[in-house]
Design a protein around this ligand. Structure first.
Ligand SMILES: NC(=O)c1ccc[n+]([C@@H]2O[C@H](COP(=O)([O-])OP(=O)(O)OC[C@H]3O[C@@H](n4cnc5c(N)ncnc54)[C@H](OP(=O)(O)O)[C@@H]3O)[C@@H](O)[C@H]2O)c1
Length: 297
């Protein structure tokens, strides 16, 4: 299986590359900066350049594309909507158009987000695939628009929605909730975390295994690939503090009313993972994942 992985320098893409490399798949990696894995074929490409996308696809000749590259900073997307649309929607469309022309049987697996939901499900229960999408932010809208392009792809496709991804890679470009909590508490500084955002935090390694599973099964349709525990950022931070033996009291609970960020976020967006579990997806609990991560951090 020849696998093209976009966003390979990102938190998710890096783990996806590792997951496929571990089972001996042929992997071809791309993002814009320097290669995170010198031993694997890597082509630096700005996916908003259609010609460069065509050359990348010709070079990689993929059976599977795991498309994780995106403009992921939610507030930056709100402030730079045109750039966000270009990177999240147009880039996805270019990949799909070139695949349709050149490798129409390639399985396209798109990494999406819980932010396609507005936080008001019809009943108070985790979102299931097929629930009504109504993004609140530019970022969420851009990911949903990209999903719409994916659904037009004539070849096989899967959309994997995930949430609040945490983890660590040696080449990480941006932080995540785990690294933020550790950095602040270790420096003796306090940190404010939301108590009214309900999520299913996801370990990047579990997500990567889930994406590999979708590719191996050539699964089609929408799947939620998230963690198995429902938690708030505040509750997550407390778990981190406990497992690393750092002072929990340095974590201050805040609510949406205390802190307005540029982009609105859904208050309640836990994802039901039953559909993916039926396929064999088995994420760790938050405690299990943090205990494993503690060995490296
Ligand atoms: N992190 C989360 O909590 C979360 C939650 C829900 C969904 N997701 C989704 O998961 C996916 C991966 O997220 P992540 O956390 O791994 O993101 P990340 O760490 O911010 O990495 C993003 C990657 O995308 C690449 N990229 C961005 N714009 C590009 C462009 N125009 N052309 C080529 N490459 C480009 C970056 O390349 P360079 O580093 O070379 O610039 C980087 O490798 C995204 O689709 C995101 O929407 C993430």
């Amino acid at each position: 299986m020849r696998v093209l992985i976009t966003g390979a320098r990102g938190l998710v893409g890096y783990h996806v590359a590792e997951a496929f490399a571990n089972v001996g798949s042929y992997i071809h990696l791309t993002s814009r900066g320097k290669s995170p894995f010198p031993d694997f074929p890597y082509t630096p490409v700005d996916l908003t350049d259609r010609e460069a996308v065509a050359m990348l696809i010709a070079e990689a000749r993929p059976d599977v594309v795991i498309h994780s590259a995106a403009m992921t900073m939610v507030d930056a997307c709100q402030e730079q909507p045109a750039q966000c649309w270009m990177q999240n929607v147009t880039a996805t469309r270019y990949l799909l158009e070139v695949l349709t022309e050149r490798f129409p049987k390639a399985h396209f697996v798109f990494v999406s987000t819980d932010f396609v939901y507005d936080g008001f499900p019809a009943e108070r229960r985790p979102y299931i695939e097929g629930d009504y999408e109504a993004p609140l932010s530019v970022y969420g809208a851009s990911k949903l628009a990209a999903e719409a392009w994916v659904r037009t792809y004539p070849g096989p496709w899967a959309i994997a929605r995930t949430a609040l991804v945490y983890g660590y890679t040696p080449t990480l470009q941006r932080d995540n909730i785990l690294l933020r909590v550790l950095a602040r508490l270790r420096a003796g500084k306090d940190i404010q975390l939301f108590v009214d955002q309900i999520r299913t935090p996801t370990w990047a390694q579990d997500l990567a295994e889930g994406l590999k599973l979708l590719a191996e099964k050539r699964a089609q349709g929408i799947f939620h690939l998230a963690g198995s525990d429902i938690e708030t950022p505040y509750g997550f931070g407390q778990k981190v503090a406990r497992i690393w033996g750092l002072p929990e009291e340095m974590i201050q609970p805040i609510t949406e009313k205390d802190f307005r960020s540029p982009a609105p976020r859904p208050l309640y967006s836990p994802l039901s993972i039953e559909k993916a579990q039926a396929l064999g997806y088995q994420p760790h609990s938050i405690d299990q994942a943090l205990r494993i991560l503690r060995e490296a951090l």
